[in-house]
Design a protein around this ligand. Sequence first.
Ligand code: GRF
Length: 209
Amino acid sequence: MLRIVVCVSGGGTNLQAVIDAISKGSITNARIEAVISNNPGAYALQRAKDHGISEICISPKQFENRERFNQAFLEEVNKYQPDLIVLAGFLVVIPEIMIRQYPNRIINIHPSLIPSFCGTGYYGLKVHEGVLKRGVKVTGATVHFVDEGTDTGPIILQKPVLVEEGDTPEILQRRVMEQAEWNILPQAIDLIANGKVSVEDGKAVIANV
Ligand code: GRF
């Protein structure tokens, strides 16, 4: 059974997609041990509570400096002995010590087709604003392993989504979630839980799909 810790900062619709996929059996061999948020007001914490999942809030604001927070955050995560850490809309930079401790065991969902519209400054609505500003016709979402860079780790799954006439960043964000994020995040977790993802030569390889 894959032990998962999910880290969230906001509404938690991706967390919900994972919870639902586990309940209906489209993710097998996995269990969410805890949901951790840096934001005490995150609705994602309520979603965890509603499903009887341990929910923890730990914010950089509670610590005198980033190093102290990083240490406490890592200790909190370690308590649950996760096999996989899922960043589902988590707006805190993951400490390098954590990345080193969990190589290819941290995944992130990003709302664009990496390597477009990713990296420093591309988060939340800013991604979709960038897409509309550039006028690309296809965007999408990416699930990738987390390495020391920003959105640079091995890509596990991607799904395209069409940009439509009249899209606003909000409308596009919703379509990318509905058509891509809520599908590929649970799918990637199921693949990992069932031993189907390996990393070779810096690239994620999926077996027998
Ligand atoms: C998603 O768009 C995700 O790709 C991004 O943050 C958003 C989180 O939404 N990293 P939610 O909290 O899962 O609803």
